[in-house]
Structure formats: C-alpha cells, structure tokens
Design a protein around this ligand. Structure first.
Ligand SMILES: N[C@H](CCC[C@H](N)C(=O)O)C(=O)O
Length: 296
C-alpha cells in the first residue's frame, strides 16, 4: 500500500495549467514516478504537474519542491505550479506558514525561485536567470548560437517549422517563431515528434509563438511529459527571452495562452519575472485503490 493513500491534496490551476499540490513536509516520503502517474490517472486528481512540497533544504529557503509531469518524469521548474504552491503556503489552512514579509523562497533541483503576492489570486515569480549555452539547455550538439538551432519539421525544401530558439528556465524549451496564427499548426502531432528528438538529450518542451505586437505574443505549447496544456509558465518565460534575443520585442511582453495571459519581464539583471493568476478548484484525499498498480 502506498504511504500516499488517504493523503490530502489541493486541486488548482494556473492560467489553465492543471496543478495538484501535495504537502509532504514533516515526512521523509518521496513520490515515485509510478505514484505520480497513478495520481494523474485518477480524474479526481488529474494534473499536468504535481507539485510536492518538502521540508526546506538550503538555509534561507521556505520549502523544497519536487515537480512531476503527467508521465511521472521530474522537471526542474514549473512557473504555473510555483504560483499555486505560493498560494497554498499563504492561504491554505493546513499548509500556510508565516512568511518573511509575504515573500517566499522556494528551491527545486534547478535552483531557487522567489515568489511575491501581487493580488488575492495573483503572484509574481522570480524564475531566476535563463540558461542559454547549448550544454545548459541541454542540446546534444555544440550550437554556438542558441537563438536559432538547426532543426526543422517537414520537407527539407519546404519545412513546416524550422530554426527554433533554445532556452532553459531550469527545464529545456524549443520555441518556433511563426508569422501565422500558431493555432494553424498541428502541435498535437508535431509536439511528440520533437519532444523526444535526439537533439534534446533530456527531451524538451515545444512551443510555437507568434509575435503579435511590440509587447504581445501568442503562444501554444506541447509540454515535455504532459502534452498539450492550456498554459506553460516556463515556456512563456523562455519565449520572451528568445524573442528579446532576436530583437523581435523589448524585454517584456504579455503572453496569450489558451488558458489565460502571463506577464513576463526579462529584467536588466538577467532575472526573468513571471506574473499570473492562480485558482483553487478544491481539495481531496488520494483513494488507496488508485495506487494498486504502483509500487509504494
Ligand atoms: N513540462 C515541463 C514542466 C512544467 C512546465 C510548465 N507547466 C510551467 O508552468 O512552467 C517540463 O517537463 O519541463
């Protein structure tokens, strides 16, 4: 029997990105990939990402977060999920703890993120600095300029998509910039082909972006380990950084995703700030039988 049976969880979303928050502080439990898959397979706790809150590790931090995708794989970053965890640590009766001036410092395997509340249901996350070198994304080959890498979809003489930008926000992203509406591309077919392309040794999140104005971008995302989602915070951050590097915009933009809008700023100190909404759908406890096929 899984030790997660009967444990409480929060069902939330950030701009439509489906998030489950689980508090394992005060325990030495660690969610396995199989348990994560079992949780997402149950309609009551289905998620794009599972955000597991553990006791803090580094001094000066409030908690350590492990981030699981639908397929059970772990990620070093999740922008929308981080806002949901911040909401829980501020407002959930069972999870809330006093914070230093309302700010939270959260740690993941990719580093530290800082969260400030900017509204009852809105938070700004300092997602840290983008990683731009080929071996930080990572890519399998040494591309000196990751603003455009050699990758294309479709016939060599008439590709459907080509020359994406590559950026890591603590997780790998490839962003194809297009002139037409991103909805005109079959990302549900293209995404899985590229997610597992050998150029991405850790797979990648695949985005199609249309710069619609000096400060506006339309974005569609196929997420690594989760598929098509209504929003992806780190993809929005990666896309603004990539567009700024290509001089397509300044250093800030409002990013329109199917589930909502995220405001991104790549600050002069190289930190990327993401502001967006959170929504609490409800709570529940994991039914013991959902783990029957997953090793505890
Ligand atoms: N699928 C991503 C993690 C979640 C990112 C996204 N949901 C966000 O809000 O940043 C990955 O494996 O890198």
């Amino acid at each position: 029997m899984s030790p997660l049976a009967d444990r409480r969880f929060l069902k939330m979303h950030g701009a439509g990105n489906a998030i489950v928050v689980l508090d394992l502080r005060g325990t030495d439990l660690r969610v396995t990939a199989q348990e994560a898959r079992a949780i997402s397979a149950d309609p009551r706790s289905r998620f794009d990402q599972l955000m597991v809150v553990h006791d803090p590790v580094s001094p000066g931090t409030d908690a350590f977060m492990r981030i699981y995708n639908t397929d059970g794989s772990e990620s070093g970053a999740c922008g929308n999920g981080t806002r949901c965890v911040a909401y829980a640590l501020h407002d959930d009766p069972a999870m809330a703890r006093p914070t230093e001036g309302g700010r939270l410092t959260l740690e993941t395997k990719a580093g530290l993120v800082a969260v400030a509340r900017v509204g009852e249901l809105a938070f700004t996350v300092d997602m840290g600095q983008p990683r731009l070198a080929w071996d930080e994304i990572p890519l399998a080959e040494p591309f000196p300029d990751t603003r455009r890498i050699e990758l294309q979809v479709g016939p060599i003489d008439d590709p459907v998509l080509h020359s994406p930008a590559a950026v890591s926000m603590g997780n790998p992203h490839a962003i194809f910039f297009v002139e037409r509406d991103p909805d005109g591309y079959d990302l549900g077919r293209i995404g899985p082909l590229l997610e597992a392309h050998p150029i991405f040794p850790e797979r990648a999140n695949i985005s199609i972006a249309q710069v619609t104005g000096r400060e506006t971008i339309k974005l569609r995302v196929w997420e690594r380990g989760a598929g098509l989602t209504l929003a992806c915070g780190t993809a929005a951050c990666a896309t603004v950084v990539a567009a700024a590097r290509l001089r397509m915009i300044g250093r800030a933009a409002r990013v329109a995703l199917p589930g909502g809008e995220l405001s991104i700023e790549w600050r002069a100190d190289d930190h990327v700030l993401m502001t967006g909404p959170v929504f609490l759908e409800g709570e529940g406890t994991f039914a013991p039988d959902i783990f029957s096929g997953a090793a505890g």
